[in-house]
Design a protein around this ligand. Sequence first.
Ligand SMILES: [Zn+2]
Length: 381
Amino acid sequence: MTQARFARYILLLGAFTVLPAAAAAQTAAPSSDARLILVTIDGVRWQDLFRGADPELAADKAQTKKAAEVHDRYIAPADRPRALAPFLHSFPQRGGVLIGNRDQGSCMRVANRYWFSYPGYSEMLTGRVGWANSNAPVDNPDTTVLEWLNRQPGYAGHVRVFATWAVFPAIVNAKRSGIPVNAGLVPLPGNDPEIAALNKVQNDLPRPWNLDERYDALTHAFGLRSLMADAPRVLHVAYGEPDAHAHAGAYDEYLIATERADRFARELWDAAQADPAWAGRTTLIVTTDHGRGELGPLKDGWRHHGSGLDEAGMQHPERARTGSDQSWAAILGPAPLVAEAAPGVCATASQIAATALQALGFDRSRYDPRSAPPLVRPVGE
Ligand SMILES: [Zn+2]
């Protein structure tokens, strides 16, 4: 190495040694102690959420076995949307927003081309349409906002994920991100008596419908306990039962599971408001990973979802479920919010990532300049 080269090398070295410090300054912890709860409910239709339970499906004995119960709980009440999801429908009164009521000109969809779960969750958590193209439990090469947050000062070690579906450790790449993800039928590590009791119940219960899923009640119990005991700053609780019941063609169970998930979201919110560490500084985002197909002539098109595109890029028109790209979101913050809806533009699931970052005081450009913009802004900004 010549003298001049060595000097250049030192200069370069200097430039590089300065970089981490500059990067650290850029990503310093936000001044606020903001917190985030992300709740996802797999495969809930905007039609049920905003119109209430469908009277035609509720009266179809093949798809609604518990006809009397469904009628009393979801069809008879004057306000059917509120009968199904009372907590989500309270968001506007609490200063939050609901997005995706197409009957009132609000629109949301997934931007990915697949319209099933892994691509949907990856899109919302990375802020863009990336690599995901199947539901196989393959570690996500894309970096989610959860992983990025888990590297930020003040957030490192304070991100938790609890999921009904066993594929979540792959979606958030638990191995690389270091985020503790408890999902599927895996017991939660830990010695405290509450964890031991929950693990035992999980192990002793009969297996639910799919071998890679557990009951949402268990996901919820683990998630709620974590909120109060683990001091996370970012908590993602991913419920899955509505989708499983829908695929099975059980509209009654799908509705009941949707109402239950709404109640679970309320319990998380109420627990946060009762805890000084969370109260007044928490944003709650509730959303879904995809919609469901149009009813069709046999009235059963709602059961499934997907665009018909497979992971090899082949289109299978017979599997396509029109309308299953349609989604929704509900957002509630410590201060009143307003939707960032441009006229005629349909919001996308990819905007969830920046919405989460904004709630925590981060600009999405620091995370990934390719990520889509937030869904909401604080009133007056
Ligand atoms: Zn599904």
